[in-house]
Design a protein around this ligand. Structure first.
Ligand code: LLP
Length: 413
């Protein structure tokens, strides 16, 4: 599903022209399509429909309350990694019994809050953490359900910063240590080991890393059965990749074809934690060209969005396709598309062939629905952009643009 379409030589999100959004709310602005979000969710849901499954949307990816509400209405559960994310899910009216809680550094308070909310399970990432959860559950006289996060040590063939399932990564426990953790958990009176979890990385476009990793978990599930530990849930994490440039990401059906038979054979319920797959291509960042500056070596299109608004190109060298809202005639030329921030790393594209752009043109930075606004900051004391949700021929502001007062809130002279 492509979030954008062209009408009368102009880009539209669903039935709303992007120029009209830019005119009304200004730029930079994030724009999301409700249709794209629900279609992507349902694409996954359908692909895995032959097994009992739960899609826990990964809140870190795009945590706007409206986005959470839309997905909750579709039936989604949620993957959270902080007390703040758990709070967001509650605020959005999400079903907290469908929440899984991951992360290597859960605090005492976060664990307490999540036990109080009776979440589906914690994903345990270390023995000290297991001990902490057990202690808190005992104090609260409650049972805490857990999964152990297994680090299967497979190469997901993605960017090294978003690889998480290798032994050099801080996440989870290796297969042997995970086995020991389950034996320990079994002896803890207030811990109920219900699931096994993995998350091997993000923007994974091939099925093979999942196949390999899942096999290692199957081995462990069987070994645990021999030790009379009967898990009910296999949680394969997130990571399904999307199209940014010219990747050929496997489809939901292709991922399902490798994973479903395993789940069936073991008679487990499947949990998934997708984020980017649902939100990535459901959103764009709108920005206006402030100046075109021709240097001795480069032509710069200086735009009003900066690395503080969308950091992926600066942080990972990530590719985001850039297109004008209204195309100009002429030959494509090489541009660096850069922001106003005082850093050379503040760019959205380098040496990119674009149709001619002039001051005042509105550009679309594509595939910005995942890890976009959520990773934004106020660096250079810049108010963060608004978030806009389009549904059919309407749009609404689902987070307003910050003002100067927002920038100093909580500060003292
Ligand atoms: N589950 C867990 C435990 C995770 O750590 C993550 C992402 C997900 C699910 C969702 O993964 P997804 O389906 O979106 O790939 N900021 C980086 C990506 C960081 C991924 C962090 N964990 C980026 O912009 O590419």
């Amino acid at each position: 599903m492509n979030v954008l379409n062209i009408k009368n030589n102009e880009l539209y999100c669903e039935e709303v022209s992007l120029s009209s959004i830019a005119e009304e709310v200004g730029t930079p602005a994030y724009v999301y399509s409700q249709k794209a979000l629900t279609e992507r969710y349902n694409e996954l849901d359908r692909a895995f429909s032959s097994v009992e499954h739960m899609i826990c949307y990964s809140v870190k990816v795009n945590s706007n309350l409206s986005v959470l509400k839309i997905l909750s209405d579709e039936g989604a559960g949620f993957d959270v990694v902080s007390g703040g994310e758990l709070f967001r899910v509650a605020q959005a009216g999400g079903d907290l019994s469908k929440v899984v809680f991951a992360g290597v550094g859960k605090t005492y308070t976060e664990i307490q809050e999540a036990i109080k909310q009776n979440i589906a399970f914690f994903t345990v990432e270390s023995i000290p953490e297991l001990e902490r959860i057990s202690t808190i559950a005992e104090q609260m006289e409650q049972t805490a359900r857990i999964a152990v996060r297994v680090n299967p040590d497979v190469d997901p063939c993605t960017h090294r910063y978003i690889t998480t399932g290798r032994l050099e990564n801080k996440f989870g426990l290796d297969v042997e240590a995970a086995y020991e953790a389950y034996l320990k958990a079994k002896e803890m009176p207030c811990i109920d080991p219900v699931a096994i979890q993995m998350h091997i990385g993000s923007q994974i476009v091939q099925t093979k890393p999942y196949e390999e990793a899942v096999q290692r978990l199957v081995f462990l599930v069987k070994k645990l059965r021999a030790a009379e530990i009967y898990l009910k849930i296999l949680d394969i994490g997130g990571g399904f990749g999307i199209l940014y440039e010219n990747e050929k990401p496997a489809s939901a059906e292709e991922f399902a074809a490798k994973i479903v038979p395993v789940v069936k054979e073991l008679e487990l319920k499947l949990y998934l934690e997708p984020g980017r797959f649902i939100a990535g291509n459901s959103g764009v960042l709108l920005t206006t060209v402030q100046y075109v500056k021709k240097g001795p070596e480069k032509r710069f299109a200086i735009v009003d969005a900066g690395m503080n608004d969308l950091i992926r190109p600066s942080l990972y060298g990530a590719f985001h396709n850039i297109t004008p809202v209204v195309e100009r005639n002429g030959e494509k030329k090489l541009y660096d598309v850069v922001g106003p921030i005082c850093e050379s790393g503040d760019f959205f594209a380098k040496d990119r062939y674009l149709l001619p752009v002039v001051q005042g043109d509105i550009l679309v930075i594509n595939s910005a629905g995942a890890y976009g606004f959520v990773m934004s900051s106020n660096y250079n004391t810049r108010p963060r952009p608004p978030e806009i949700l389009v549904s059919k021929d309407r749009f609404k502001v689902i987070r307003k643009r910050e003002g100067y007062e927002d920038l100093i809130r909580g500060e003292n002279e």
